[in-house]
Design a protein around this ligand. Structure first.
Ligand code: ARG
Length: 750
């Protein structure tokens, strides 16, 4: 809804609707005095997916101003009467004072001098007494003008349908308005009236579409007195600011107003057509309000009544499926775009609509020439799958934060000629800002930017998305609350099956594609500078949805397709990371951790291919393990070692392997952080060598290891906690130098 103003009530006119949901009590054959013509416009010729109207095409369209600006649309139905939507005038259940509103008639562009337009004050606003909220219907209002409009070619009334009037499903009608051109994307200057062709949908079809889970998993009950118009696939619709405006259909050379723009779920979304107030339903109510006013609105008899009363010709319930994000198999991405800029390596991006490719802005920024991108777009080419020739580039639009914020390292390239979408090329789906990729979602990598050549045949890493908690606390904002499902996350962490990779793909650039119901979304771009730390984290793309749709006017932003959050989907996300998380969160453990991250610092240290030791991640580059496990007795040469992170306990150890060393001893502080207190001494499961005495050695070696404040001894929960075995004291006297630090970065490059 367009209004959020709170205003005192001065005039309140609410009247009942006699027989609102039945046919009019008036005789359908009763004719109007033919003193006023209606529904005629100059022969000529947003609303979402619409275009500029020609001046004079829709002479009944008015703009309703409040507080100096356009708020809603309306239609002139008689010289002194404007029809609009009730919700435009209601704040918290009260009607706003008529005196605060003005009606602009005969306007085309709302920028600059309103040539030929004139304004009228509003004497009264009338709303049906049973109007409460848009979803419950009766969303209509009548505005009585303080003085009659002056009619002319640009200002004429529309015809109103009688209650018996039948608009045939499938009829192409037109909606008009100065509303947003996409969700949260206002009509740009010069604010020219937009028009869009919409098809009338039968009630059953509309109900079928609205019964599909859509934005926010919501469904809607279509009620009598409502009318739907649009397309199952979306993309053309009315939007915020169009409310109150007319939906008109031509019959016998006159335009009849079938609907009043009322509401929708989002704008132009798939399976979410616009919902209008069915004007015919309210014939009796309208007649009653305007009674005695001459000349009044005109309700001509329907020119040609449809043959059979169109009792909903049992339309089949065909919902629209996403047009984006379908791939024949993982890796064969039909949206993969290669941008060729002469003199540099190809840059990988993704096709997001018929005309636009999304790619990292860093591909096109010259490091030397202070961020100004090259302008010789003539020589640029874009290679798309299954296209015989390279596409040419018309325009490059960089994200405004591209040069200083890695999470916004994005640019959009417009192709000179839009491509025909088919199986390939086909755009990838983009997530709306509120998209929640469920933990456990299946994700894959795709090349992004000037990455290294692909990792080889096994390179298409498959991953499961981790829950947000750990990912957030490890990579997110210090002390910040973990974003709830539905709030944009700060990072997306896929957990890889490392075996597939074989090596660390540190220097490559990748994007993260995540799948829902067989549809691929571009979920994340390039990983955080995390070295080889696991889990990887990607910058979420969803925060950029509004920018991408604003620039492209038609990128495929698709609603979430999977909603089953499971039992712990919500609760585990509602926490705050401990404030002492500094370079990342040490000692944090997700409450209900997915398998494999029960102890996220736990590492598997595979030694010389024949034993597995327990390791503890101390810092992004360092793992601590027990010397006795890593080194063979008497030997000082370091064997071949591989370290696996983020999976301890998740996957069975390789055939015949057992953890050689016992798990370490961890104690929890009152703040909830886990502190490493001891490492098991050789051959024991109960006796631990204390870490405390090794603090100096560890901190000298590992600059960035985290020690809790009271140096040397972690501060224990006061009042006695049973978390730590009392015989800990025994352990503190155990032999020194039982710890072996592994420098991860060396290992990983091998
Ligand atoms: N309620 C909106 C307004 O106040 C109109 C929304 C129409 N939405 C739609 N998806 N058709 O302007």
């Amino acid at each position: 809804m367009a209004r959020h103003l709170l205003l005192p009530v001065v005039m309140l006119v609410i009247s009942p609707i006699p027989g609102a949901f039945q046919d009019s009590a008036l005789s359908p054959t009763q004719e109007e005095p033919e003193d006023l013509d209606c529904g005629r416009s100059e022969p000529s010729a947003r609303i979402v997916g619409g275009s500029d109207a020609q001046p004079g095409t829709w002479p009944w369209q008015v703009s309703l101003h409040h507080g100096g600006g356009h708020i809603c649309g309306g239609s002139l139905i008689a010289p002194s009467w404007v029809l609009s939507a009730a919700h435009c005038f209601m704040t918290n259940g009260t009607l706003e004072p008529a005196a605060e509103w003005s009606v602009l008639l005969g306007v085309h562009s709302q920028d600059g001098p309103l040539d030929g337009a004139h304004t009228r004050a509003v004497a009264a606003i009338v709303v049906p007494v049973n109007y409460s909220q848009v979803e419950l219907g009766a969303d209509l209002a009548l505005l009585h003008l303080a003085s009659p409009a002056s009619l002319g070619p640009a200002v004429r009334p529309v015809c109103l349908p009688r209650a018996s009037h039948r608009f045939v499903h499938g009829t192409a009608c037109w909606a008009t308005g100065w509303g947003d051109v996409q969700e949260a994307d206002p009509l740009p200057l010069p604010w020219v009236l937009q028009e869009v062709e919409l098809r009338l949908l039968g009630e059953a079809t509309c109900q079928c579409l609205y019964s599909q889970p859509g934005p926010f998993n919501l469904t809607l009950q279509i009620l009598p007195g409502m009318l739907c118009a649009g397309y199952p696939e979306g993309r053309r619709d009315t939007c915020q600011g169009d409310s109150g405006g007319p939906l008109v259909c031509e019959e016998g050379g006159r335009w009849f107003q079938a609907g009043i723009t009322s509401f929708g779920f989002g704008c132009g979304r798939r399976n979410r057509p616009g919902v209008f107030t069915a004007v015919a339903t309210y014939e009796a109510w309208i007649r009653e309000q305007v009674m005695g006013s001459e000349p009044g609105p005109v309700f001509p008899t329907q020119p040609q009544k449809p043959q059979s009363d169109p009792q909903e010709p049992r339309e089949n319930c065909t919902i629209a499926l996403p047009e984006c994000g379908k791939a024949p198999r993982p890796g064969a991405w039909p949206w993969e775009a290669q941008v060729i800029v002469p003199g540099s390596r190809p840059c990988h991006g993704a096709l997001v609509s018929e005309s636009w490719v999304l790619a990292p802005a860093s591909c096109f920024l010259h490091p030397s020439s202070s961020d100004s991108p090259p302008r010789d777009l003539d020589a640029w080419r874009v290679l798309l799958p299954s296209r015989p020739r390279a596409e040419r580039v018309a325009r490059l639009v960089q994200h405004e934060n591209a040069s200083w914020d890695d999470a916004s390292d994005l640019a959009l390239l417009q192709l000179r000629t839009p491509v025909n979408l088919s199986a390939a090329p086909r755009p990838v789906c983009l997530p709306h800002p509120e998209h929640y990729f469920l933990p456990g979602s299946r994700c894959r990598l795709a090349r992004w930017g000037r990455g290294e050549p692909a990792l080889g045949p096994g390179a298409l890493l498959e991953a499961e998305l981790l829950g947000g908690w750990w990912c957030h606390c490890l990579y997110g904002r210090q002390g910040a609350a973990v974003p709830l499902p539905g709030d944009p996350p700060h990072a997306l962490c896929p957990a890889y099956q490392e075996e597939e990779a074989g090596h660390c793909w540190n220097d490559s650039h990748w994007s993260l594609l995540c799948q829902e119901e067989g549809t691929w979304f571009l979920a994340g771009i390039r990983d955080f500078p995390s070295g080889c730390l696991r889990p990887r984290a990607f910058f979420p793309v969803q925060t950029h949805g509004p920018w991408i749709s604003h620039v492209t006017q038609g990128a495929y932003l698709e609603d979430q397709l999977t909603w089953d959050w499971g039992p712990d989907g919500e609760e585990t996300e509602t926490q705050t990371c401990p404030p002492h998380t500094q370079h990342g969160a040490c000692g944090l453990r997700p409450e209900a951790a997915p398998v494999g991250v029960l102890w996220p610092w736990l590492a598997e240290v595979h030694v010389a291919g024949d034993r597995v030791c327990t390791g503890i991640l101390l810092a992004p580059g360092w793992v601590l393990a027990a010397t006795h496990c890593v080194l063979r007795p008497g030997s000082t040469t370091v064997p071949y070692i591989e370290v696996y992170l983020g999976r301890a306990g998740a996957s069975p150890l390789p055939q015949g392997h057992q953890m050689t060393s016992a798990p370490p001893l961890l104690c929890q502080t009152t703040e909830g952080s886990w502190v490493l207190v001891g490492m098991a001494v050789q051959g024991s499961r109960e006796l631990f060598a204390a870490i405390g005495p090794e603090e100096a050695w560890i901190s000298q070696t590992v600059g960035e290891a985290h020690f809790l404040p009271s140096s040397g001894s972690p501060h224990w929960p006061t009042g006695g906690s049973n978390l730590c075995p009392p015989e800990l004291a025994k352990a503190s006297g155990s032999p020194r130098a039982v710890h072996f630090l592994l420098l991860l970065t060396l290992l990983i490059q091998s």
